[in-house]
Design a protein around this ligand. Sequence first.
Ligand code: FMN
Length: 202
Amino acid sequence: MNLTAEDYRPSPDPILEFKQWFEKAKNSTEQEPTAMSLATLDLESKPRVRIVLCKEFNETGFSFFTNYDSNKAKELEIKPYASLSFHWKSLELQVRAEGKVQKTTRQESETYFNSRPRESQIGAWASSQSRVLNSRKDLLDKYKEYEAKFAKQKIMCPPFWGGYRVIPDYFEFWIGMPGRLHNRFQYIKDKKQGWMLTRLYP
Ligand SMILES: Cc1cc2nc3c(=O)[nH]c(=O)nc-3n(C[C@H](O)[C@H](O)[C@H](O)COP(=O)(O)O)c2cc1C
């Protein structure tokens, strides 16, 4: 796959296209190839963005994990739609996608939680993500409290923690090219005709 070839022809299927790009990024020198910016709308319809890690991508979409009481979770409860982007600087590539958002199943969340390092599992219990923290000591004390509580025990996935899946209905791929003549193409999902691929001026 030579993305910078002048005659590069993207796949008609953006899922296949993204899978190839994602593999390329994961095998590159990028430090956080799974990091994606995730934008939601707040309760006043103002956009809010933050980075989360894409833990899986497949035919059903992009999944990430978080605290279900966090600000992003509250925003997704009201408006279950998100816009996301990956930037792989060393490869001069960007991908954008948009779509409806659904919670992952409890089993998927538990399977991923169980694969996490023990410190991260305790951290998930200790953090009331996005709530006001009066002092850093309060967080460290909560961590120690849960560390003691779960000593020598398997740590269960907190009920307030789990995943979301962004189910894409739009993709845009961007390849940096000389002279700012970047290669850009988008896919829009049409209910009847499936994915419609078009090129865009850079
Ligand atoms: C590289 C990086 C990866 C991150 N990954 C996650 C993640 O996977 N899940 C998560 O909840 N927050 C992650 N965060 C923290 C979020 O950016 C954000 O601060 C947090 O989720 C609270 O966002 P909210 O208040 O909008 O809900 C990550 C931050 C960085 C810089």
